[in-house]
Design a protein around this ligand. Structure first.
Ligand code: FES
Ligand code: FES
Length: 163
């Protein structure tokens, strides 16, 4: 089957990739762009390990065709940090609150948290748990992840100015 050219912006950088019409976004991210921070778990939309932001909205990149990303802005875990050497408050909070064990779910969790906190930096515990309902973690029991997102929301509301 002939390939299709897809233009997309990933973490601020423009790309043009020739993709199979049935190829998924996560395949393009990992195999063509070598952005392997986005993980593959189930490939059926159940685990959330492959979560990325597409035009600011969290999606399962295993269920998104690459051609659907045409002309879209994608943020992966590699693009969440505030700069090359400065973590995002969500990433810092995950580390500081012990919300990471094996880490396999973490990129997807961080992207789902970013989707939530960008809209609502002051979510209730229920809203956080609802926002994470598509992200499975086999290790942590979720409590520390929820706490990390609360802490990150506080920090995003009241950023500490760099001296
Ligand atoms: S790999 Fe996409 S939801 Fe599990
Ligand atoms: S930290 Fe291991 S799956 Fe979440």
């Amino acid at each position: 089957m002939p390939k299709v050219n897809v233009k997309l912006k990933v973490n601020g950088d423009p790309y043009e990739v020739a993709v199979n019409p049935s190829g998924t976004l996560v395949e393009v991210l990992r195999e063509d762009l070598h952005l392997t921070g986005t993980k593959i778990g189930c490939q059926t939309g159940d685990c959330g390990a492959c979560t990325v932001l597409v035009n600011g909205k969290s999606v399962c990149s295993c269920l998104t065709l690459a051609v659907e990303a045409q002309e879209k802005e994608i943020i992966t875990i590699e693009g969440v940090g505030l700069s090359y050497d400065k973590l995002h408050p969500i990433q810092e909070a995950f580390i500081n609150e012990g919300a990471i064990q094996c880490g396999y779910c973490t990129p997807g969790m961080v992207l789902s948290a970013k989707h939530l906190l960008d809209k609502n930096p002051n979510p209730s515990e229920l809203q956080i748990r609802q926002a994470l309902s598509g992200n499975l973690c086999r290790c942590t029991g979720y409590a520390r992840i929820v706490k990390a997102i609360e802490v990150a929301g506080e920090k995003m509301k009241n950023p500490v100015k760099e001296k």
